[in-house]
Write a protein that binds this ligand. Structure first.
Ligand code: ARG
Length: 715
């Protein structure tokens, strides 16, 4: 055989090995940047069918779900499909120990049985546009970062005003590429959203935190809601007169199944990526920020779990909060490992060394010469602060009484200073806020979390502590138990009655001397503190990071063609794709799992792997109907190589014809560094197969009337 030259081998390799498709793209750029590539991979839609401002298009069926997740419209009566873990909070809220829908599942038999949780909204995407020129015309290089921000905010207010149509729309102007580009987004929010159905928790969260972020996976991670509107189809507050929304478009569902290499695209709202982050920023996260996060989260989880296991009503109160903490606890631990293993800091440092050379060429020096120096200086000065911030953040996340006194106390300040007429106006609003807020908590748990978290903060911080915390810690050998008990006894914020009583006898001195109010203020002040000696480095850092991204794009030293995720609508395209083969999967092709595999994982009475008798029975009967695959198995989850992150949860996975084939719900632990550096070999998206979703509704839950609402495409 003839020897091939190295360049020819490289050429062949680059075509023979399928690469995951990195990138979270703007819909308005698809035509210019991606469409040809997508067509080659199997897309049959035109760019106009994906994103059109005036005509019905795919984008009309995609919603942001309650701020942090994604969902899609799947019927012409406003049916909304998202993940179970996205609906989790609402489902828990609608459950009681006696009527435990979270545990047992729930299916509304009619519209009248659909249940409205306190607050839940979906956000439709109306349009977006580039306003970079206009925004950047407001600023110049001699401005400090503060001046720059003020100038930009002024222009943002104008753009919002111009596009909101008198408050009909929510308008949001966002910066991209670290402040080098700006786009505005127009949204329409609907607030009457009701629960239609959910599988029981042992299906919707099957595998729990053990399987979370793992493949192979067998989770039925979906729930169904419905958007209601007034008779004209306009957003409206909850009312029994509201009717199911007829959205502009809904996704048809394809139950013919997927195969390796099938085209797959995902539209949704990825929350945050840090692909442009400097090397030392990654280093700071790996060595200081994330370890503190992991430790603080674990502490909260251990305390919460103890009380949740002992009492089902406590479990329902904290289940959603616990899942959120556990999710990012595992994520951050995985990030530390993956970023270290991938040598991400070393790789980024190499690029930055090249950049620095380029930056110090004569033509570039004036603008870019100090960029790397400033960035590195900033990080070396903020490592200990970053560590403490992460301990603090975990206190604020887990302890209700760390934040509440500050929030409510600020309103009380206003109330104290108000005249009679103003007080009359404020009173009912404050009372309602207190009634809403002082629900769903368990005092012993709250006391223990706060005490233990403060102890951890004091023992681990190498950065100046909140005064009060330092003082109590020193007095009591870092044991905050007695102190916490005392402030819960003394503070007006410790109970609903105390808070309501203050409204009757408002007194500035009482508020200022309140021990919980003091603590809460000090924790938040410390969290936000910007010490004087950091002001200039921070200013330099922000300007330098912006210049780094600008310079990396200008010099061609970065091949990233898309901005970091920031909770704006993006499209990712790729393929159905197995992970490199290993022995862990039960399926022949390592790109999907089956019900058979789920039953294999079944552990009676286990917290995470238990199943109901009804599931075992129906499995015995193998009644899969039209939802079985060609091997007669029921598919459960499958893999694609899309580029997504948290916030994409609940996003529809769509085939080349624009039909729904699954629901994205997770990433894999092998690629946990993905938010910082995309791994073309290992990064995968884990999806629920739409056939499993339909089978669970139709056969397992006997709610065929819901399946009948969908537009189903089958052979
Ligand atoms: N890892 C999933 C995500 O970030 C969340 C899964 C929730 N499940 C759980 N066991 N905590 O989207």
């Amino acid at each position: 055989m003839k020897k091939l030259s190295l360049t020819i081998i490289a050429f062949i390799l680059s075509f023979s090995s399928v690469m995951a498709d990195e990138g979270m793209w703007f819909l308005m750029h698809i035509e210019r940047l991606n469409h040809r590539d997508m067509q080659k991979m199997g897309l049959q839609l035109t760019p106009e069918e994906i994103y059109s401002i005036n005509n019905q298009s795919l984008k009309d069926a995609i919603v942001q779900f309650n701020g942090g997740c994604t969902a899609s419209i799947v019927s012409d009566s406003g049916l909304v499909l998202t993940n179970h873990h996205c609906g989790y909070n609402a489902i828990a809220e609608l459950s009681t120990a006696e009527q435990n829908h979270l545990k047992n599942g729930f299916w509304a038999g009619s519209l009248a049985e659909e249940m409205k949780p306190e607050s839940l909204y979906v956000r439709f995407f109306v349009r977006m546009d580039d306003v970079s020129k206009r925004m950047l015309a407001q600023v110049n290089d001699s401005m400090s970062e503060k001046e720059r921000e003020a100038a930009l905010n002024k222009e943002i207010a104008k753009i919002e005003q111009e596009n909101s149509e008198g408050g009909k729309y929510t308008v949001s102007v966002r910066s991209f590429y670290q402040g080098n580009e700006f786009y505005y987004f127009v949204y329409e929010d609907y607030k009457d959203v009701r629960l239609v159905g959910t599988p029981p928790e042992n299906v919707g969260k099957f595998g729990g935190d053990t399987d979370n972020w793992e493949w192979p996976r067998h989770t039925g991670d979906f729930s169904l809601f419905r958007v209601y509107a007034d008779a004209e189809g306009q957003p409206a507050d909850y009312s029994t007169d509201n009717v199911p929304l007829k959205a502009k478009y809904h996704l048809p569902v394809n139950i013919n199944g997927v195969e390796e290499d099938d085209f797959a695209m995902i539209l949704g709202y990825p929350g945050r990526t840090n692909r442009w982050m400097p090397a030392q920023g990654v280093e700071q996260n790996v060595k200081y920020a994330y370890p503190a996060w992991v430790e603080g989260s674990k502490l909260s989880m251990d305390v919460m779990k103890k009380y949740m296991d002992a009492d089902e009503s406590v479990n329902l109160m904290y289940a959603s909060g616990y899942a959120g903490i556990a999710n990012y606890w595992k994520n951050r631990a995985g990030m530390i490992e993956a970023l270290t293993e991938h040598k991400t800091v070393e790789k980024k440092t190499k690029t930055e060394t090249k950049f620095n050379k380029w930056a110090n060429k004569k033509a570039n020096k004036a603008m870019y010469g100090d960029v790397i120096k400033n960035i590195n200086n900033y990080y070396s000065l903020t490592n200990e602060k970053a560590k403490q911030t992460n301990y603090l953040l975990n206190i604020l996340r887990a302890s209700k009484f760390a934040v509440l006194p500050y929030r409510l106390g600020s309103a009380f300040q206003q109330y104290v200073g108000a005249n009679d007429a103003e007080r009359k106006n404020l009173l009912p609003r404050l009372e309602a806020y207190i009634e809403d807020t002082y629900t769903n908590y368990h005092l012993p748990l709250e006391k223990e979390i706060l005490a233990k978290q403060l102890g951890l903060l004091v023992s681990k911080s190498n950065y100046s502590l909140p005064e009060l915390v330092a003082e109590i810690g020193a007095k009591n050998n870092n044991d905050f138990t007695a102190y916490t008990n005392a402030i819960f006894d003394l503070s007006l914020f410790a109970s609903k009655e105390g808070a309501l009583a203050f409204l009757q006898y408002p007194d500035a001195a009482i508020l200022e001397n309140d021990p919980m109010y003091k603590l809460s203020n000090q924790l938040l002040d410390k969290y936000r503190e910007q010490p004087e000696e950091l002001e200039q480095p921070t200013n330099d850092y922000e300007a330098s990071f912006r210049l780094l991204v600008k310079g990396l794009r200008e010099s061609g030293l970065s091949d990233i063609q898309y901005p970091d995720a920031n909770s704006t609508l993006r499209l990712s395209y790729g393929k159905v794709r197995a992970l490199p083969a290993d022995k862990r999967n039960d399926a022949k092709e390592n790109n999907y799992t089956t019900l058979k595999g789920m039953i294999k994982k079944y552990k009676p009475n286990d917290d995470e792997f238990d199943l109901d008798q009804s599931m075992l029975d129906i499995y015995e009967k193998k009644d899969y109907g039209r939802y079985a695959n060609e091997r007669g198995e029921l598919p459960v989850n499958f893999l694609t190589d899309n580029d997504i992150t948290g916030g994409n949860s609940g996003s529809p996975v769509i085939n080349g014809k624009g039909e729904l084939i699954g629901l994205a719900f997770d990433g894999n632990i092998e690629a946990m560094a993905g938010d910082v550096i995309f791994d073309k070999k290992l990064q995968r998206t884990i999806n629920v197969d739409i056939r499993y979703v339909l089978w669970l509704i139709d056969k397992y839950s006997n709610a065929k009337h819901i399946v009948d609402e969908l537009t189903i495409i089958s052979k």
